[in-house]
Design a protein around this ligand. Structure first.
Ligand SMILES: N[C@H](CCC[C@H](N)C(=O)O)C(=O)O
Length: 265
């Protein structure tokens, strides 16, 4: 079976372009095995995509985290799947369906863009002091669970260690959450670090986390309702911009890079 190793602004995946029957399979064990950094290919997650319709273009996309759990929303996985569909089928405008939710996708010279829906916000859901840092997290649902703390300097704390602690906070049980630390760095510019549930580590970028950060930063008056550049650990920022027609929706855009491809034996 052919696979691609691909990343969306540093969030890396193994992508299998399969058939619609593949979308119904449980890929959890395969995801765990292939995503293992030392004994597998190594990735933050496994993407399985399948063409459902061609006119208009519709793809089903399933994403499994490195620990085998299902990601109900993964912005970077969607961006990678859209990029591959553009490469394979010359689709530039398509609908992607992940965990039963439809996302619009556009692929062009300005990168690969997908939509995300922002849902409920729970302000100040966790307040704690960690290693001398007073942290206040707001939760923002962007298709998956995210909490976001606004901090003065994202590099002054150990996002992995603190993220792991907060991810397991009793207030977030039983699902847990992805954990983001965000700093305003200029007009319409944020810097983010994300600890991802399911990868159980800090990742280089996170699409749904970038949207959650923009939602929370807007609530705090740090950015306004126009495009925001979200700088991350990969050095390649994502852009989050409001959807023109749906007030609760956002576009997430940025680069996608094919690292290599191969055959699974
Ligand atoms: N990296 C992803 C989010 C994965 C979410 C996953 N960690 C989960 O909550 O199951 C993104 O680009 O949106």
């Amino acid at each position: 079976m052919r696979f691609r190793k691909i990343h969306g602004a540093g969030n890396d995946f193994i992508l299998i372009a399969g058939s619609s029957a593949d979308l119904d399979k449980d890929w959890s064990d395969t995801a765990r095995r292939l995503c293992a950094r030392r004994t597998g290919i190594g990735a933050d997650g496994l993407i399985v995509s399948a063409l459902i319709d061609t006119d208009p273009a519709v793809l089903g996309v399933a994403c499994f985290n490195a620990d085998g759990s299902i990601a109900t929303m993964c912005g970077n996985a969607l961006r990678c799947a859209a990029w591959c569909a553009a490469t394979d089928h010359s689709f530039h405008d398509m609908t992607l369906v992940m965990a039963g939710v439809k996302h619009q996708a556009l692929v062009g010279d300005d990168g690969s863009w997908v939509t995300a829906e922002a849902g409920a916000i729970d302000p100040r859901c966790i307040e704690l002091v960690w290693n001398g840092h007073a942290l206040c997290f707001d939760s923002a649902h962007t298709g998956t669970e995210h909490v976001v703390a606004v901090v003065d300097n994202v590099d002054s704390l150990d996002a992995e260690e603190c993220g792991r602690l907060v991810r397991h906070h009793p207030r977030l049980a039983p699902l847990g959450s992805n954990v983001n630390f965000v700093q305003a760095t200029g007009p319409q510019a944020l810097k983010i670090r994300t600890y991802e549930r399911g990868v159980e580590a800090e990742t280089l970028s996170c699409g749904s986390g970038a949207v959650a950060a923009v939602v929370v930063a807007t609530l705090h008056g740090l950015v306004t309702d126009s495009p925001v550049t979200v700088h991350n650990r990969s050095g390649t920022p994502l852009t989050v911009r409001p959807h023109a027609e749906r007030s609760s929706a956002f576009w997430i855009g940025g680069p996608v890079t094919l690292t290599y491809q191969g055959e699974l034996t």
